[in-house]
Design a protein around this ligand. Structure first.
Ligand SMILES: *Cc1c(COP(=O)(O)O)cnc(C)c1O
Length: 234
């Protein structure tokens, strides 16, 4: 009992720092802080890190990989139903079944084939999680997300087929670019389609995303610290 693991206080402190900056950004933008959900992105960090954040009052978690998420989040959620899991990574069709089983929200719906698969799963199960449609706002070749010129059609189709399960849009602006135009674009797309929710902004740019209307920000490093090396590409 003489020794409190360092990461415990660090995660709680960092979380508080993020909350403070969120509040400041919301105030600055004349927005209500209650309209902005912080998703703590715990990918590649151990379940203990999730528990530390939970103890510090964090309830919504983001994970990239279905298998990793399944091992970490649902066991905690079983005893703490206020915990919510957002899957935010590119999703293969063969993982869709598992994803639909464990996620409260899938933020990476980004192509018709995946939508078809999810609809079939929904018909069988009688239920589905909520979805955000991921838009590749920078039209980057190797990135997930529906390309810009296909987005309007895809969003319309999804709204027709999934109804109100389609909650909003998500984007990851190109690295090294000013994210603001991408946030503006996502917001205007959501507006056109009558979608209320916008998942945008990460550790480096969430105050800007809040200024531009984000309802969900996805923050990893600023809460949990640097990810181990193997997370290089995500
Ligand atoms: C990893 C990841 C994040 C968090 O990124 P940080 O820079 O660590 O805050 C947010 N969104 C997605 C889709 C991610 O893969």
């Amino acid at each position: 009992m003489s020794h409190i693991p360092e990461h415990t206080s660090t995660i709680a402190q960092r979380l508080n720092g993020v909350r403070t900056r969120m509040r400041q950004a919301a105030e600055h933008a004349g927005r209500n802080i209650d309209d902005i959900t912080l998703i703590a992105v715990s990918k590649f960090h151990p379940q203990n890190a999730v528990i530390d954040a939970f103890k510090a009052g964090q309830h919504v978690f983001g994970e990239n990989r279905v298998q990793e998420a399944r091992a970490k989040i649902p066991p905690l959620r079983a005893h703490n139903p206020q915990i919510k899991l957002h899957l935010i990574g590119g999703l293969q069709r063969n993982k869709a079944q598992d994803a639909c089983e464990i996620a409260d929200v899938i933020e990476s719906l980004d192509r018709p084939s995946l939508a078809q698969t999810c609809l079939k799963i929904g018909e069988k199960k009688g239920e589905l999680p909520q979805f955000f449609i991921e838009v590749n706002t920078g039209d980057e070749e190797q990135k997930f997300g529906i390309p810009r010129e296909k987005a309007d059609n895809f969003i319309r189709e999804c709204q027709k087929n999934f109804g109100s399960l389609i909650q909003g849009l998500m984007c990851i602006p190109p690295a090294g670019e000013d994210p603001r135009p991408h946030f503006k674009l996502l917001r205007s797309m959501a507006h056109v389609h009558g979608l209320q929710k916008l998942s945008m902004g990460m550790s480096a740019d969430y105050p800007i995303a809040i200024e531009e209307g984000a309802t969900h920000i996805r923050v990893g490093t600023a809460i949990f610290g640097k990810r181990p090396n193997l997370s290089r590409c995500s």
